[in-house]
Design a protein around this ligand. Structure first.
Ligand SMILES: [Zn+2]
Ligand SMILES: [Zn+2]
Length: 219
């Protein structure tokens, strides 16, 4: 398999999804009007609010694209989007879908890596992607699992990561642990360390991380 440099992907409106969101909005508006008639203004307000949210669905949720890393079809392009197949993150900007740049940082730990049994941490700061100097211990306790994890940080940052859980797609209410971090460079290094089968897909990201760190040192 040849890894190609990342190109932004065009996004396309799915008319099926647009119609779905529009129908949802109309039904919610109808319910809001019905509740209003009954004098239940609280419920009318709640349904009205959801009708408003479904208009955001018409805006962003109706677009589909292909993952720039692995080619899987992606839907519901709200904010930051994780590909379920290769775990890369991307977002829509200027009408195209891009994988996040390796030096991309979030203000709060948002980039969520599903954790398997293997929980190897790369020697990078989870808040900024620079070399790590120490670790911070995080703990998660849930019905299904409980563990501690030492997450690397540089000397300047604290609180660059959180442990949380998310529902596993297609498994009802089953929860799986995720590590949420701020730095996409750290996130990608984690993907490579913990999912060797995906490492080849992220080959080019490795080079671009090195380049962007080099550029940072020069400036
Ligand atoms: Zn992908
Ligand atoms: Zn840092």
């Amino acid at each position: 398999m040849i890894a190609l440099p990342r190109q932004p992907m065009p996004i396309q409106r799915s008319w099926f999804r647009t119609a779905g969101w529009a129908l949802t909005g109309i039904i919610l508006l109808g319910l809001a009007a019905f509740m209003g008639q009954l004098g239940n203004y609280l419920m009318a307000g709640v349904f009205g609010l959801f009708a408003l949210l479904s208009s955001i669905g018409i805006g962003f949720g109706s677009y589909v694209t292909a993952c720039p890393v692995c080619g899987k079809q992606l839907r519901g392009l709200f904010g930051l989007k994780r590909c379920s197949q290769c775990l890369s993150y991307g977002k829509v900007s200027e009408g195209q879908y891009h994988e996040l740049a390796p030096d991309f940082l979030t203000k709060v730990p948002l980039l969520a890596l599903p954790l398997g049994d293997r929980r190897e941490m790369p020697p990078l700061c989870c808040a900024c992607g620079a070399a790590a100097a120490r670790t911070e211990r995080l703990r998660i306790i849930r019905l299904e699992f409980a563990f501690d994890l030492d997450v690397p940080h540089c000397a300047f940052h604290t609180g660059g990561a959180d442990l949380a859980s998310e529902t596993i797609a297609g498994k009802g209410k089953a929860q799986a642990p995720v590590l949420q971090v701020k730095s996409y460079a750290f996130y990608l290094a984690c993907v490579k360390a913990n999912y060797p089968s995906l490492a080849i897909l992220h080959h080019f990201s490795n080079d671009s991380i090195a380049q962007s760190l080099l550029a940072r040192h020069k400036s």
